[in-house]
Design a protein around this ligand. Structure first.
Ligand code: GLY
Ligand code: MN
Ligand code: MN
Length: 438
């Protein structure tokens, strides 16, 4: 997918408009060592990339909105210098000159000049916007630089009075996905949905969970999505009742269910899909009964995902269906209202029904304004992921033991209602069984 670099300039302009005046400093993420001389696959900082489109490590973005002086806003990049020798080993680095041209910054400097230039740029800025508290080492560095600026007070230079967390503004911007972001998220969702279809076709009893994980990595990578958005969960039988199971090393048994929570990251955006299906291709009566309850809960939640409703409406809708289902299954006692009031459902459904989705799998953005759940609005994207996890216990019907089911889709709020980005991954019992037979 070709990326139009003007979107980053537009986002920078919007942020500067919200700030009105002051300086923004946003470092990208550090490289992280995995073991001797090797690193984890590099992932830039989401906020840095959101405003720059620049994917190299060792870079810092500085923005200046100086409306009092009527100077033009400035976007400045600090990045690694060209280095022919290092490039032989590690590959291309843009260097400040090419980065400035290519990405449309007003200026770009070598990262080695960061402290010296920042001390200059901070001078006489009223406020400093920065991801305060995100990284202790950066906090110390920024405070030290501010201290150096303060020491120049006798030359008439003032340090920023205020330090503010830039994420308050950025999180709100990132919560509303623009057309470019929605296009990338549709692509990520489509690749992940295709990988779930592939898994349905590959799964057989006696395979190991990691063999199914391999099919996901294969499908993601061959479409250019080099990394999963989060650790892939392939959980057969009882493992499905461990919410963050990532062992993925057990053998799959005939008669068990398989829960897979897997999604790729594409161009910096996450997808997040869970499907649950029988290892042998046929739901047992008990599995099917529980599955249909979770599926109905998901349908109710998705129907409630529309403008005008609040963030909590899909969760409430799912809970009512689950509560009735748990009563029918003899897992919970009393009326739906009693089950909800006593929260006895939490023994079998202990998480919420979704989270914002975007550059981070659990994406940024407030869920409440003041004390109230916020209203759903077009451009918001989130997951809808009800589930049911039944551990063996004397007071639980034995036919239900070790059934763990979650069904998770990615939903974008539109003007009319919603768009399910991940609909290509089958979830109806007949569709799952048919694809597994094929
Ligand atoms: N895969 C992470 C989540 O579902 O929240
Ligand atoms: Mn999720
Ligand atoms: Mn998930």
């Amino acid at each position: 997918m070709t990326i139009d670099l003007t979107i980053y300039a537009q986002r920078r302009a919007r942020l500067l408009e919200k700030m009105q005046c002051g300086i923004v400093i946003i470092p990208t993420a550090p490289e992280v060592a995995r073991n001797g001389d090797t690193h984890y696959g590099y992932r830039y900082d989401s906020n840095f990339y959101y405003l720059s489109g620049f994917a190299e490590p060792e870079a810092v973005l500085v923005l200046i909105a100086d409306q009092d002086d009527h100077r033009q806003p400035q976007a400045i990049l600090f990045c690694r210098e060209k280095n022919p020798e290092r490039e032989v080993w590690d590959g291309y680095r843009a260097g400040p000159d090419a980065a400035k041209e290519q990405f449309g910054f007003d200026a770009a400097y070598p990262i080695a000049q960061l402290d010296e230039k920042l001390a200059e740029l901070m001078g006489n800025q009223a406020a400093l916007f920065y991801p305060l508290g995100h990284d202790a080492a950066w906090d110390r560095r920024i405070l030290k630089l501010r201290g150096e600026v303060q020491a120049k007070v006798r030359s008439g230079i003032r340090a920023p009075d205020e330090i503010r967390d830039v994420r308050t503004l950025l999180n709100e911007m990132r919560l509303f996905k623009d057309e470019h972001e929605l296009a990338v998220m549709r692509r990520a969702a489509a690749i992940s949905a295709q990988a779930h279809r592939r898994a349905l076709q590959f799964t057989r009893p006696e395979q190991f969970e990691y063999q199914i994980e391999a099919e996901f990595l294969h499908e993601f990578c061959r479409h250019g999505a080099r990394h999963p958005a989060y650790p892939t969960i392939v959980a057969g039988g009882a493992n499905a009742c461990v919410l963050h199971y990532v062992g993925n090393n057990a053998v799959l048994s005939d008669g068990d269910l398989l829960l897979i929570d897997a999604g790729c990251e594409m161009d910096g955006y996450a997808s997040d899909i869970t499907r649950t299906f029988p290892v042998n291709g046929r739901f047992s009566a008990a599995q099917r009964e529980v599955y249909e309850i979770v599926l109905a809960a998901q349908a109710a939640a998705i129907a409630a995902a529309r403008p005008g409703n609040t963030w909590d409406a899909p969760h409430d809708a799912a809970l009512r269906v689950l509560a009735q289902g748990f009563i029918d299954l003899k897992l919970c006692q009393g009326s739906v209202d009693e089950v909800l009031e006593s929260e006895s459902y939490k023994r079998f459904y202990m998480h919420r029904t979704g989270h914002w989705l975007g550059m981070d799998v659990h994406d940024v953005g407030d869920y409440k304004t003041g004390d109230n759940w916020r209203a759903l609005q077009p451009g918001m994207v989130f997951t809808v992921e009800p589930g049911c996890y039944i551990r063996p216990a004397d007071d639980v019907p034995q036919a239900l033991w070790n059934i763990g089911i979650r069904i998770e889709d990615d939903v974008a709020i539109t003007a009319q209602g919603n768009e399910v980005l991940t609909a290509a991954a089958p979830r109806a019992v007949v569709d799952i069984e048919e694809l597994m037979r094929a």
